[in-house]
Design a protein around this ligand. Structure first.
Ligand code: FPP
Length: 246
């Protein structure tokens, strides 16, 4: 198989885990782990853009992360705000479109404004489609979609019996881009943690012990190699997929 035929994911979704442990291993405060994690985020966004991956979705803050100590939540919010301000110009120059998925109304006004601003500035960009999940939960996403369809049914615009998987898919976040082909979780845990529950139905799952601040383009290449070696069957037999009679 030539390099050009190597299966490559169109959409990669990542849970960036391990910032805290990375800091602890070095005797540093958790904040330093998140800062190092941010630098990795920047490198991986650039690497994906360079490698012509179409879409990248990153889990930056889950709906459960509010349970962290208030100082850490505040620190993460400051980091997001600073990151948005410092990076949006570069994203724009690199033709990256950024958007946010999740319940953003819970965030401070300033942060919401920066998110809106970044989305507006980059909305016509046609390169990497970057989505950042903030105050996001997969169950929240599914409930939201159900609510939207229920409203249409209540208003007489939709026959409930007409609801099918495609229609439901049209109501969840990121409905306009292909579902993730490859999921990566760093930091050693083998869980989905309420991320993109609807979208990950057929996604290839790659888990690594590498902590997020240590994740690099080399580890990304390992994940892409893992993906290239998978046979995606979507419920069919291996023979059906390869077209062999064996
Ligand atoms: C998980 O590590 C990481 C987070 C909850 C925050 C993610 C934030 C970043 C990677 C930095 C900034 C990103 C953007 C998009 C600006 P953890 O704290 O759960 O680590 P631990 O499991 O080792 O404690």
């Amino acid at each position: 198989m030539s390099a050009s035929e190597t299966p490559r994911p169109r959409h990669v979704a990542i849970i960036m885990d391990g910032n805290g442990r990375w800091a602890r291993q070095r005797g540093r405060p958790r904040a330093s782990g998140h800062q190092a994690g941010f630098r990795t985020t920047r490198d991986i966004v650039e690497a994906c853009a360079r490698q012509r991956i179409e879409a990248l979705t990153l889990f930056a803050f889950s709906s459960e992360n509010w349970k962290r100590p208030p100082t850490e939540v505040g620190l993460l919010m400051d980091l997001f705000l600073r990151a948005l301000k410092s990076e949006v110009g570069k994203l724009c120059d690199n033709n990256v479109r950024i958007r946010f998925i999740g319940e953003r109304s819970a965030f401070q006004q300033k942060l919401q404004e920066e998110m809106d601003n970044a989305e507006q500035l980059t909305r016509d960009n046609t390169g990497l489609q970057l989505a950042i999940a903030v105050n996001y939960g997969g169950r929240w996403d599914i409930v939201n979609a159900a609510r939207a369809l229920a409203r249409q049914a209540r208003d007489g615009q939709l026959d409930p019996d007409a609801i099918d998987i495609d229609m439901f898919s049209g109501q969840v976040s990121l409905a306009d881009i292909p579902e993730p082909d490859l999921f990566i979780r760093t930091g050693g845990e083998k869980r989905i943690s309420n991320y993109l529950l609807w979208h990950l139905a057929y996604t290839e799952l790659f888990f690594t012990d590498v902590l997020w601040p240590d994740f690099s383009e080399t580890e990304l290449a390992t994940a892409l190699e893992f993906y290239a070696g998978r046979q995606r069957r979507f419920g069919q037999t291996g023979e059906q997929v390869t077209g062999s009679n064996a």
